[in-house]
Design a protein around this ligand. Structure first.
Ligand SMILES: *Cc1c(COP(=O)(O)O)cnc(C)c1O
Length: 360
């Protein structure tokens, strides 16, 4: 068996320890004589799995009691609709468009009400985060929406927007659990787990309790109401049971690493290795404004498409996988989520140095 360093943007690398534990429990979970995949979601054993997962997530993120944690399906993209359906009580919301995912959310919201684009960085291919300290927040906006870490472009909000008292809704898919956050600053935090937490198929929504009501857009399907899932403890119907179990294992792994403050330190140290090299390289360069750099997704280019393609091909042969950039940006992108060890980033920069010497 040989494992590669996997720089995929998602689904992405998971902690090896977690995969090994899951493998060991595959045929017989904790003396039940069955796999978690084969287990009733109404069983005592499964209830314990989901309860422990929620408790560990609450501990990691310091989630106050007046926030609910929901484990849902439909990916992050389904939230693009669920959020306006549930939260646009006055039929209006403000969107800050900093990349493709924010843009998709903004476009989807237009189906359900008045969505205002109050800031954007599309003028420079989303290579920066706009100044969000004094935006024209709409008087009737029910919330202000952001995508906090832009997976494709590699930017991250270092300061949350001044929402002037409005509710903040944030897509944290690609920075979930990468550093501590103050949950109380948000109305809703959500993310698909396949970037930084677990297997595809689970989306976690952390939502302030008072926002969960029956007052939703007329015609909203039962399955798309937060209240349906909140009232049933995420067990209204069959949840993505196995995926939640793996997420739970990742939460335990994170606790063992020392929690999110330690994770942040580790991620900063890891990203610095790559960014420092990019800043000194004569061949490669980063594509985004330095002040807005993401700790998780690092796009870079040589400026020559053929050389980029050569790099991707040769890096792959060297055991560095999935470095090809998103099709809309080109070049390369290294996603260096929580589970990517520093050794992986060291291997990448060593390879880049060698490639630079050979190709400059
Ligand atoms: C990947 C991603 C999405 C889309 O996730 P799906 O689960 O595939 O719908 C949305 N937002 C961000 C920030 C992402 O990285």
């Amino acid at each position: 068996m040989s494992r590669v360093y996997n720089f995929s943007a998602g689904p992405a690398v998971l902690p090896e320890e977690v995969l090994k534990e899951a493998a060991a429990e595959m045929l017989d979970y904790n003396g039940t004589g069955m796999s978690v995949m084969e287990m009733s979601h109404r069983s005592k054993a499964y209830q314990e799995i989901i309860d422990t997962a929620e408790a560990d997530l609450r501990e990691l993120m310091n989630i106050p009691d007046h926030y609910k944690v929901l484990f849902l399906q439909g990916g992050a993209s389904q939230q693009f609709a669920m959020i306006p359906m549930n939260l646009m009580k006055h039929g209006e919301a403000d969107y800050i468009v900093t990349g493709q995912w924010a843009k998709k959310a903004y476009q989807e919201a237009q189906k359900y009400g008045k969505a205002n684009k109050i800031a954007s960085s599309e003028d420079k291919t989303f290579s920066y985060i706009p100044d969000v300290s004094d935006l024209p927040i709409s008087e009737n906006a029910d919330y202000v929406y952001i995508c906090e870490n832009n997976t494709i472009y590699g930017t991250k909000y270092k300061e949350l927007p001044n929402t002037k008292g409005k509710l903040l809704v944030s897509d944290v898919s690609s920075c979930f659990l990468s550093e501590p956050v103050d949950v109380t600053r948000y109305g809703v935090i959500y993310g698909g787990v396949q970037k930084n937490i677990g297997p595809a198929g689970v989306v976690i929504v952390i939502i302030r309790e008072d926002l969960i009501t029956d007052d939703v857009l007329e015609g909203t399907p039962t399955m798309l109401k937060y209240k349906t899932h909140a009232d049933a403890g995420s067990l209204y119907n069959t949840p993505p049971a196995y995926g939640i179990y793996i997420c739970g294992k990742v939460f335990q792994w994170l606790k063992k690493q020392g929690g999110l403050a330690e994770m942040k330190k580790y991620n900063e140290k890891k990203a610095k290795i790559l960014y420092d090299y990019l800043d000194e390289s004569r061949l490669f360069k980063g594509t985004v404004e330095k002040k807005d750099r993401s700790l998780m997704n690092v796009p870079f280019v040589t400026g020559d498409k053929e050389l980029d393609a050569k790099f991707v091909k040769e890096s792959r042969a060297a055991g560095l996988e999935n470095l090809k950039g998103h099709r809309t940006v080109g070049g390369m992108r290294a996603s260096i989520y929580n589970a990517m060890p520093i050794k992986g980033v060291e291997a990448l920069t060593a390879f880049m140095r060698k490639f630079e010497e050979e190709n400059l």
